[in-house]
Design a protein around this ligand. Structure first.
Ligand code: EPU
Length: 422
């Protein structure tokens, strides 16, 4: 397996282009299943998770063509030949479950493997299931697969989510576009990825109002048409690269970055001693003089501080003056980066969903590995500030969510290289 070697090399400076959002693209791609006409996504990120979704859609009979080196995805679901999302693909990536709502709405039936647990938590699908059942679907679990059918077609209903789940909101939103009558989603997720999905669905002819708030209203239509849609910027990739000059020092401009995507995160950066300035091309980030200051962080659904930036923020706070308390409220097991950061000299105490981080003056390079995407990149960030070499194994996690990571960080002066497995 490949490894990445990072050597702390002082201040960073330059520009980093921000790609289209992985998590928006993974919800937009299944939207092709709702229509017989082509759906084209531009500004798509080049990531292994996108390839996995491509394989899944192709296994259902959709055509997916990757153009312009992967930045454009031309999709067509004119003829769907299969309605089973197999375990072998779904287990690799939970977002595979986003084909359930669209297939059910378009075909009246769907069989989708339950994904099983994952490194950051149990992540059940009860909210997806209850939402689709409210629209009239009958769903049974057999042999590890959800067997869903809607023999009379789906019909609009009021769905109140007990938690503002991103995936459940996306699944039920897509299904409701083709349901008969009006659907109201209450306590819906408000993430920018939901807004992007609703914007694209509207271009396809869906009637949707209220996305970006906790109540979304969908008036079902008989059919959806084709569309072309640019994927919104990746706010988690953005936040990750904003932390690079924060932790290593210097000044970096993140091209395509938008303040409205990372508001709660920027407030915490400011409190820690990092300046963020809006420019014509994105966001410019610079570290003020002196040590990073400790700040407390609690993860929350959008517009709160994102769980997907918690690990990276922890890397920064490991170098702060004072003690920071990080509370993880979205996933029950999302501190696997803590023991790895401790191998680099960090002082962290984890109790349940709370991590207490006491900053140290200097992190030191070490061999490390991580079990998920965001945890892995937090170790790369720590490596930028560490003395000596940090060698990260299990690099395939990074390939799921960060395109050209080595090239982007090298571009701002980081000393980083990928060693290919022989
Ligand atoms: N949950 C349930 N039941 C459900 C659905 C969710 O209990 O039916 C729980 C989950 O177990 C979790 C919490 O609700 O504890 C939040 O889950 P949510 O459904 O909101 O998350 P998701 O849709 O599975 C997406 C992102 C994640 C991101 C979360 C939270 C995609 C493809 N994934 O997951 O991204 O952390 O929202 O913002 O959109 C990542 O990119 O590294 C990543 C993990």
């Amino acid at each position: 397996m490949d490894q990445i070697i990072v050597t702390g090399n002082g201040e960073l400076s330059g520009e980093i282009p921000i790609a289209g959002a992985k998590n928006a693209c993974l919800a937009l791609m299944p939207a092709t299943l709702l229509s017989e006409e082509p759906l084209t996504l531009t500004n798509a990120p080049r990531l292994s998770d996108i390839q996995t979704m491509t394989q899944l859609l192709q296994s259902l009979g959709a055509e997916v063509t990757s153009l312009q080196g992967g930045q454009v995805l031309a999709m067509s679901s004119h003829d769907l030949t299969n309605h089973v999302a197999e375990y072998d693909i779904v287990r690799k990536m939970r977002a595979s479950n986003l084909v359930l709502g669209p297939m059910l709405a378009r075909l009246g039936h769907a069989v989708v493997s339950l994904p099983g647990g994952c490194a950051i938590g149990a992540r059940p699908m009860d909210l997806h299931i209850r939402g689709l059942e409210a629209l009239g679907a009958e769903i049974e679990l057999r042999d590890g697969y959800l067997h869903a059918k809607a023999p009379q077609g789906l019909r609009g209903a009021t769905v109140e989510f007990s938690f503002a789940s991103v995936g459940a909101t996306e699944n039920v939103l897509m299904a409701a576009t083709l349901a008969r009558g009006t659907t109201v989603l209450k306590n819906a997720a408000r993430e920018p990825e939901i807004v992007d999905l609703a914007t694209c669905l509207r271009k396809m002819g869906a009637q949707i109002e209220g996305e970006g708030t906790s109540e979304i209203t969908i008036e079902g239509v008989d059919r959806l048409s084709g569309a072309t849609h640019p994927v919104v910027a990746d706010r988690i990739e953005l936040g990750t690269y904003m932390l690079a000059p924060a932790i290593a020092g210097g000044e970096v401009e993140c091209l395509g970055g938008r303040l409205d995507l990372v508001g709660a995160f920027v407030e915490k950066l400011d409190a820690a001693g990092i300046d963020v300035e809006e420019t014509e091309r994105g966001l410019k980030v610079a570290r003020r003089n002196g040590r990073i200051r400790a700040v407390d962080v609690t993860t929350e659904p959008f517009p709160g501080f994102p769980t997907d930036l918690q690990a990276q923020m922890m890397a920064l706070l490991c170098t702060a003056e004072g003690t920071s308390v990080l509370e993880e409220k979205i996933f029950e097991n999302r501190f696997m980066h803590a023991p790895e950061l401790m191998r680099m000299g960090a002082r962290i105490d984890v109790h349940g969903g709370t991590a207490t981080v006491t900053g140290v003056e200097q992190l030191r390079g070490a061999p490390v590995m991580a079990t998920d995407l965001r945890a892995s990149v937090s170790l790369i960030l720590a490596g930028l500030a560490a003395e000596g070499e940090t060698v990260l194994s299990r690099v395939y996690h990074l390939d799921r969510g960060y395109e050209h990571l080595v090239r982007k960080l090298e571009g701002v002066g980081a000393k980083i290289e990928r060693i290919k497995d022989q």
